[in-house]
Design a binder for this molecule. Structure first.
Ligand code: SF4
Ligand code: SF4
Length: 165
């Protein structure tokens, strides 16, 4: 079975607190299975694991372009073809969930990796802060805060759980 990427969001945050000049590389799948455009792993991770899934989501109501939508599980999707990068959603989110990095139109191609390609995956690992992204044979393991993002990526993150769950 192919190895998976394990992205440790806790360690990434720690590294960024230690060194505020760090620019995180971005990893994408082509095409994104999630929406009408390319999505960074970071954006998918944040909406899946960090977002509080507000019932009357202020980010959705403030969006002037109707670019944000909730799926059946309450996970927000940003339609990149509609988003005009105004960042109103970033400002209004009471939990500081979204990062302004999501809305860059001009991505730095030197820091953009296609995870469908094994060589690029290795380069992505090497471009991330040391020890934050590794390859693993393991699978999802909630007791270790490790969750599956997709077939190729595991995310280590504190999971926000609503009372309903
Ligand atoms: S940045 Fe995009 S998704 Fe956010 S409010 Fe503006 S148009 Fe909507
Ligand atoms: S306002 Fe913030 S926490 Fe609430 S649904 Fe939107 S992104 Fe998630």
């Amino acid at each position: 079975m192919a190895q998976k990427l394990l992205i440790d969001m806790m360690k990434i945050r720690e590294a960024m607190v230690r060194d505020s000049t760090i620019v995180l590389p971005e990893a994408l799948f082509y095409p994104s299975g999630n929406s009408n455009g390319l999505k960074s792993i970071c954006e998918l991770t944040v909406f899946r694991f960090t977002c509080r899934r507000c019932e009357d989501a202020p980010c959705i109501s403030v969006c002037p372009a109707e670019a944000l939508e909730k799926d059946d599980e309450g996970i927000i999707t940003r339609h990149t073809n509609l988003c005009v990068s105004c960042k109103s959603c970033v400002t209004i989110c009471p939990f500081g969930t979204m990062m302004t990095d999501f809305f860059r139109h001009h991505r730095n191609k030197d820091l953009l990796y296609n995870l469908e390609n094994v060589d690029e995956m290795e380069k992505f690992i090497n471009a991330c802060p040391p020890g934050t992204v590794t390859l693993t044979d393991d699978d999802e393991s909630p007791e270790k805060n490790i969750y599956r993002l997709n077939d190729k990526v595991l995310i280590k993150e504190y999971l926000y759980i609503t009372e309903k769950e």
